[in-house]
Design a protein around this ligand. Sequence first.
Ligand SMILES: NC(=O)c1ccc[n+]([C@@H]2O[C@H](COP(=O)([O-])OP(=O)(O)OC[C@H]3O[C@@H](n4cnc5c(N)ncnc54)[C@H](O)[C@@H]3O)[C@@H](O)[C@H]2O)c1
Length: 372
Amino acid sequence: MYTVKVKIPQTKAIYYPILIGSSTLEKAGNFIKDHTAARKMFVVSNNTVYSLYGEKVRNSLLQAGFDVNFLLLEEGEQYKNINSLEKIWTEAIRLKLERKDAIIALGGGVIGDITGFAAATYLRGVDFIQVPTTFLAQVDSSVGGKVAINHALGKNLIGSFYQPKLVLADISALNTLSPREFKVGLAEVLKYGFIEKTCGLRYFDSSFTDYLIKNKDSIMAIEPSVIENLVKYCCELKASVVNKDEKEAGLRAILNFGHTIGHAIEKCYNYKNINHGEAVAIGMRGAFFLAMQKGLINEKYYENSINLLNQYEMNYKIVKNVSPDSLYKAMHVDKKVRSGKIRFILPANPSEVEIFNDIKEQQVIRSLESLY
Ligand SMILES: NC(=O)c1ccc[n+]([C@@H]2O[C@H](COP(=O)([O-])OP(=O)(O)OC[C@H]3O[C@@H](n4cnc5c(N)ncnc54)[C@H](O)[C@@H]3O)[C@@H](O)[C@H]2O)c1
């Protein structure tokens, strides 16, 4: 079992752990018992995840002596909304969940984000535990305490910062992911390669992108030891950023590399037919194009980066009925907008990114046009 520690300033807890290992879901109850005084557990999941892991988690919680209740939400990004949130609140009230009880998210990033926001707001906050079961959720979304729902007008617009008491990532759960869902997690992994130096950590002898190039075949074959390495290192990178800037006053914005365009794509698709990771992969291509236009990076770094995305089959395109103009408009309704200006995280050097608020409309439109 590997532990990544996330430090949270200004809270009683010095840190909370991300526990990364194999076959840990069957022991979830024991791990959870060590990190909360709650006796009543309210687990939020969906049908797919419940049918695979629900009973295992339920039994383990029961064996650990918890009172256990489940709620299964509808599945998909289009349900990361106020209706699902209300279902959690209503069920929590019906179950008479008290302040000393806890809410567990068992699932991917969608379940984690909605459930975390419900835990942050129900009775002004109850203990929250993340049990991420997708690759994307294990390498990224379960860590760092951003919880949110989407609004019809924009992605993740309603939310909070609310740190879990524990993140329990069972690598074995990734075996049941579809190839598509596995790949969307890789999009966030590649993001960490592109921002590694700015995060301020170094783990491998060479850069993380070199590791991703050299180990591509093992990664695509989902070899457990390599995948575990990726989860550990991405969590370490994210924790190192969150430890310095929990509430995105500055540095944390770099984690949004690829997300300015990505979030606009998700919104313009009405949160259907495209996954978050796929939208982010397109967004990173757009960010590389913009950076080259602005003269921030040379052609060689641009080509190497696009090649890396292509090697991992991240060559998604935007559908024709979503226009560059509609995407540009959608970018203005985003948490990243400052004083009306769209904020871009752009590559500046290999594995380094910078934050820009002064990109001209013409340049943005040109980069969007390159993504069809
Ligand atoms: N809070 C953050 O910091 C943060 C960071 C990145 C992304 N996100 C959010 O994460 C969401 C995307 O998360 P996601 O990619 O995990 O999508 P998701 O939660 O929709 O899960 C994808 C699919 O995989 C299924 N699934 C989950 N675990 C499975 C398993 N072990 N085996 C088989 N199927 C399984 C789910 O039922 C779902 O159909 C987006 O809403 C995005 O905004 C949040």
